[in-house]
Design a binder for this molecule. Sequence first.
Ligand SMILES: [Cu+2]
Length: 236
Amino acid sequence: MHWWFPGNASSVGGKVDSLFYVILYITGAVFVLVEATLLVFLVRYRKREGRSATYVEGSTKAEIIWTSIPAVILVALAIISQPLWSRIKDSDTYPKDAIHIGLEAKQFEWHVTYPGPDGKLGTDDDFMKKDSIHLVVDRDYVLEMTARDVVHSFFVPAFRLKQDIVPGMNIKLWVRPTRTGTFELACSELCGLGHYRMRGVVIVHTPQDYAAWLASQGEAAPAASDTASNSGKGAS
Ligand SMILES: [Cu+2]
């Protein structure tokens, strides 16, 4: 059990975390400052014998200060986070040699389509698995996401990635896993009565383990194990 974040497992997670901490420190400091001021005022300006309350109509100067400081902080945060946002969300910047995997969300399952031995989606050797996405560590993937019925949302906390999946749209999301292991995939958009059980796993393998898994996948096995054992040798 993690009391805080699950350990990062993607190439972008470290930067997402850094940004999170910057925002947490800024908002945390403001929170402490505001609460401390509140306490000081409570004590200092409490009701006392012989002292009457002051009637204040407002202060333009104070309003300008408390509006402009948050505005400057917000604009600065937007500017420093923009490059990372583009890196994650702009499909034009995705690696050209990434492996494309189909991910169809439906009530209440994830249908994962693998490109098969030829490495191309939409061909006869594609094969489908439910609720588990198998990837190889340190390799680039583009998930091509579609929804069959309603809006769902792809969320893998360990990857620090979340993306809504909208019917009628083909949405791409790049991921590069950096650590082997089994990670939770959860639908994070309330999509119906069974939303709570719309869970899956992302299993990140070493090239060798992936080859073994692929070989165990029924009819895709003979050709697939050739490809996989080649890539296994290449990596060792
Ligand atoms: Cu869903």
